[in-house]
Design a protein around this ligand. Structure first.
Ligand SMILES: Cc1ncc(COP(=O)(O)O)c(C=O)c1O
Length: 409
C-alpha cells in the first residue's frame, strides 16, 4: 500500500490517452494532493489526517441549522427550490454586506455570491489570465489558486514571504522588471504559511499596486479566524485605484464548506462581464444553500459563534504546538495568530522520504512543495489543527516523530 499510495498521489492525472483529446486549457491543471489524501483517509478510517483545511463540524449549532433548514422548506420554498439571481440571493448579500465586509467602503462595489470562494478564483483566472500574462503569487501559495489559474497558462512569478508579508524591495524590483498584470494574495493567516501581513506592508503594497496599475485578487478566506478577533484592513482598502481590486470571502471556514458558499466584492465596472461569465459557469449559485445560510445567520448570534470557533481553534493550535515542542523539538514554525494550520520545517530529511514514511504509518500531512511553483529543497509540511480530536492529534504526532527519528538516525 505504502509506496503505491505515494506513487498514486504524486503522479498527476496526465497518465492515459485521454490527453490526446483534451484541450490545451485543461492539460496542465495541477492535481490537488489534498483531495487525493482526503480520498485515502475517507476510505481507510485508521488514517489520522493533519492534511485537510477542514473546519470542525461540531462547532456548528445543529439545532439552529435544523431550524434554518425547516424554515427554508416551510417558508421559503418558492425561492429556495428555484433558479435565482446570478449575482446571488439578495438577503444573503445583505448579511454579507452587514457582517463580512470588514467596514469596507462598498461604494462602487457589488457583492457576487459564488460556489465557494474557489469559484471566485476560477472566474477571476478566466477574466484576467491568458498565455503569457504575468501573474504574481506569494511563495508559498494556496494550492487551489494554482489549480484555478493554471488552465489559462499564465506566467507565474513567485514573491517570497517574510514573517510580516512580502519583502518590499523585492516586490518593487519585480514591478520594475516585468509588467505584472495581477497579484493574488492571501494576506491574513495565509494558507499554508500562516503569515499575516503587517498593516504597514499592506499600505505600502497598495501604493505600489497603484503605481504599477496591477489588479489585486485579495483572498480573505481566514480573515474571521484570528484567535483574538483582530480584523486586519484589506490591502485593497489602502488603494487609490480601488477599481482594480477584487476581494474574496468564504463561509467555508466559519460556518461549513458543505454549503459551498463564498463571495467576491466586484468593482461595478466589471460587474456585467463577471455576471455573464458566472452564468456560463453555473447560471446561479445554489439557491437552497443560500436561503438556509440566510436563515441561519438571522437565527445565530454571530459574535458568539465566531468567539466560540476562535477559542476552540486557539486551544487546538496550542495543543498541537505543545505536542510538537515535546516530540519534535528539532522542527521550526512561526506560531500562528489565527487560521487552521502550522507550517512546519523538518530539518535534514527529504519531503518524499517523510511522505512515504508517514503514509506507511497511516498519518498524513500536506507536503510543502505542493504549494510552490518552484520546488524548494527545504522540507516543509502543512499540519492542520482544527479537525482531529486531541488524543488523535497526539497519536498522529507520535507517528510522525517515529518516521522522522527513523530517517535522521
Ligand atoms: C486561501 C483559500 N482560499 C480559498 C479557499 C477555497 O475555499 P471555499 O471554496 O471552500 O470557499 C480555500 C480553501 O481551503 C483557501 O484556503
Amino acid at each position: 500500500m505504502d509506496r503505491c499510495i505515494y506513487v498514486c498521489y504524486s503522479i498527476s492525472m496526465d497518465t492515459d490517452c485521454a490527453n490526446l483529446f483534451l484541450s490545451k486549457r485543461v492539460s496542465g491543471i495541477r492535481s490537488s494532493v489534498i483531495r487525493e489524501i482526503l480520498k485515502i483517509t475517507v476510505k481507510d478510517s485508521e488514517f489520522l489526517s493533519f492534511a485537510g483545511g477542514l473546519p470542525n463540524p461540531n462547532l456548528l449549532e445543529k439545532e439552529l441549522l435544523l431550524q434554518a433548514t425547516e424554515k427554508t422548506i416551510n417558508d421559503s420554498r418558492d425561492v429556495a427550490f428555484q433558479y435565482g439571481d446570478s449575482t446571488g440571493y439578495e438577503i444573503l448579500k445583505h448579511h454579507i454586506q452587514h457582517s463580512f465586509t470588514n467596514g469596507m467602503d462598498m461604494e462602487g462595489f457589488s457583492i457576487c455570491i459564488t460556489h465557494g470562494s474557489q469559484q471566485g478564483l476560477e472566474l477571476l483566472g478566466k477574466f484576467f489570465m491568458e498565455e503569457g500574462t504575468n501573474v504574481l503569487l506569494e511563495d508559498p501559495v494556496y494550492l487551489g489558486a494554482l489549480q484555478a489559474f493554471s488552465p489559462y497558462h499564465p506566467n507565474f512569478i513567485s514573491l517570497p514571504l517574510e514573517s510580516d508579508g512580502p519583502n518590499l524591495l523585492e516586490l518593487e524590483n519585480i514591478f520594475i522588471e516585468k509588467k505584472i498584470h495581477c497579484f493574488y494574495s492571501n494576506p491574513s493567516h495565509q494558507n499554508p504559511s500562516t503569515i499575516t501581513w503587517s498593516i504597514e506592508k499592506r499600505k505600502k503594497v497598495a501604493a505600489l499596486l497603484d503605481q504599477y496599475d496591477v489588479i489585486l485578487i485579495e483572498d480573505e478566506a481566514y480573515l474571521y479566524l484570528d484567535f483574538f478577533g483582530t480584523l486586519y484592513p484589506s490591502i485593497h482598502s489602502f488603494r487609490k485605484n480601488r477599481d482594480l481590486s477584487f476581494v474574496i470571502g468564504s463561509f467555508s471556514k466559519i460556518i461549513s464548506p458543505g454549503f459551498r458558499l463564498g463571495w467576491v466584492l466586484v468593482p461595478n465596472r466589471f460587474l456585467k462581464v463577471f455576471t455573464n461569465a458566472k452564468q456560463g459557469n453555473d447560471l446561479n449559485t445554489n439557491q437552497f444553500s443560500q436561503v438556509v445560510i440566510s436563515h441561519l445567520l438571522s437565527l445565530m448570534p454571530l459574535v458568539d459563534h465566531l468567539d466560540k470557533i476562535r477559542s476552540y481553534y486557539l486551544n487546538q493550535k496550542q495543543y498541537l504546538v505543545e505536542l510538537i515542542n515535546h516530540y519534535l523539538p528539532e522542527v521550526s514554525f512561526q506560531d500562528p495568530k489565527g487560521g487552521m494550520f502550522l507550517w512546519v520545517m523538518f530539518p535534514n530529511v527529504l519531503e518524499s522520504e517523510m511522505m512515504e514514511g508517514i503514509l506507511e504509518k497511516k498519518v498524513v500531512m500536506v507536503p510543502g512543495n505542493e504549494f510552490r511553483i518552484q520546488k524548494s529543497d527545504s522540507t516543509y509540511f502543512r499540519m492542520n489543527f482544527s479537525f482531529l480530536p486531541k488524543a488523535e492529534m497526539e497519536e498522529g504526532v507520535k507517528r510522525v516523530n517515529q518516521v522522522y527519528r527513523d530517517i535522521i538516525t
